[in-house]
Design a protein around this ligand. Structure first.
Ligand code: SAH
Length: 353
């Protein structure tokens, strides 16, 4: 039998077309969309607003991809929750829910693995397995909300994967998650983080969605950036920052730069001055992140005093800067590591006679 269609990735318009093609009235599509995205049902049987017969027709033609919780870790320090989700094909992705004063934020993954090859990152160690569909990105949010029994107001696309390397599905996700008939989340509360895929940044600027763009800069110049980020060989910092300026001009939104502090690599005074010069006059904010040490890499976190000094230099140069709080330290909350451990265990179990 032909593959069933992924119903939760479909826009209301696509759903209307499909529902009418199957002989139902167009307005039924709205009811189905609402049950799928507002109430987050995971079975056609739960779409009780439509007839049993049509539920049967739907389940013959479509599938609802859900994410099941394979592991859940809760930080004892700050109640950060980390989920390892298992998808319908057995692939794993990680998501993290953080509690801030203004509400809950979920960090979702956009790919299984990643092809970008950043040296400090655990998600990319085995390359990319596949892209996530829009419904699989949504499923992480829906499953977390259901599990916690709370609504999540903020979303960051900063989990595993490079969102702009999965552009169409990510755009679809953004449209679906902000649809007022579904979750009705606010674009203003969504951030997308990229390692700097320049042409897609221009494309995103043209969409003018009103979300926050975060850019993983991690270095003040090409020479240092190329040491840890292969993407820097494809596009220079100059080209990257030009795309950032274009983004701020087109959207009026400031860019948030992520700068993971790695001992002896990018944390010198000279780096801070060079970074300040590069960003002078730009509508932006710099987020210094003490790098999370990943077992497989030899990169070490900068010392606290070094980070403070780096921050002060940027402040003197009038660059907006903050140091990211390290949440979920006891549960290894940064993405990529839990999936690797679990995959390894699965392989060992499968290999045991
Ligand atoms: N691919 C996207 C989003 C995913 S990663 C991107 O590169 O922006 C989210 C952020 O975590 C990025 O800034 C990434 O560079 C950073 N990151 C990855 N591994 C890290 C580590 N070990 N310590 C600190 N930050 C890390």
């Amino acid at each position: 039998m032909a593959d069933k269609r992924d119903i939760r990735s479909m826009t209301p318009e696509e759903l209307t077309e499909a529902v009418t093609a199957l002989g139902e009235k167009a307005y039924r599509a709205g009811q189905i969309f609402q049950r799928l995205h507002r109430d987050c049902v995971t079975s056609f049987d739960d779409i009780t607003t439509i007839s049993k017969a049509f539920r049967g027709i739907l389940s013959n033609n479509f599938e609802i991809f859900a994410a099941s919780i394979a592991k859940k870790l809760v930080s004892e320090y700050d109640s950060t929750v980390k989920y390892l989700f298992r998808l319908h094909d057995g692939a794993y992705v990680e998501s993290v829910v953080m509690r801030y004063k203004y509400g809950l934020t979920v960090c979702v993954s956009t790919q299984v693995g990643c092809n970008m090859g950043c040296r400090f990152c655990a998600s990319t160690l085995d390359g990319k397995q596949r892209d996530l569909t829009a419904s699989e990105i949504l499923a992480q949010l829906y499953a977390a909300q259901r599990d916690l029994g709370e609504s999540i107001s903020h979303i960051v696309l900063m989990g595993m994967g490079e969102p702009l390397d999965n552009y169409d599905n990510v755009l679809r996700f953004l449209r679906l998650v902000t649809d007022e008939r579904g979750q009705n989340k606010s674009m203003r509360n969504i951030s997308l983080s990229t390692c700097g895929i320049v042409p897609k940044m221009y494309a995103l600027a043209d969409e003018n969605l009103g979300l926050t763009l975060s850019v993983s800069l991690h270095a003040p110049n090409d020479e240092i950036r190329q040491r840890t980020m292969p993407v820097a060989k494809r596009w220079s910092i100059e080209a990257l920052l030009k795309a950032c300026r274009d983004y701020t001009q087109k959207t009026g939104r400031r860019i948030s730069f992520e700068y993971a502090m790695v001992d002896g690599v990018n944390d010198s005074d000279a780096c801070a001055y060079e970074l300040a010069d590069r960003l002078a006059g730009m509508l932006c904010h710099v987020n210094l992140i003490p790098v999370n040490e990943v077992a497989e890499t030899r990169l070490r976190r900068s010392k606290r005093e070094r980070i403070d000094r780096f921050r002060r230099i940027l402040e003197q140069k009038h660059i907006n800067v903050t140091v990211r709080r390290h949440l979920g330290a006891d549960i290894n909350a940064s993405c990529g590591q839990l999936r690797r451990q679990t995959q390894k265990q699965d392989q060992e179990t499968a290999a045991t006679p």
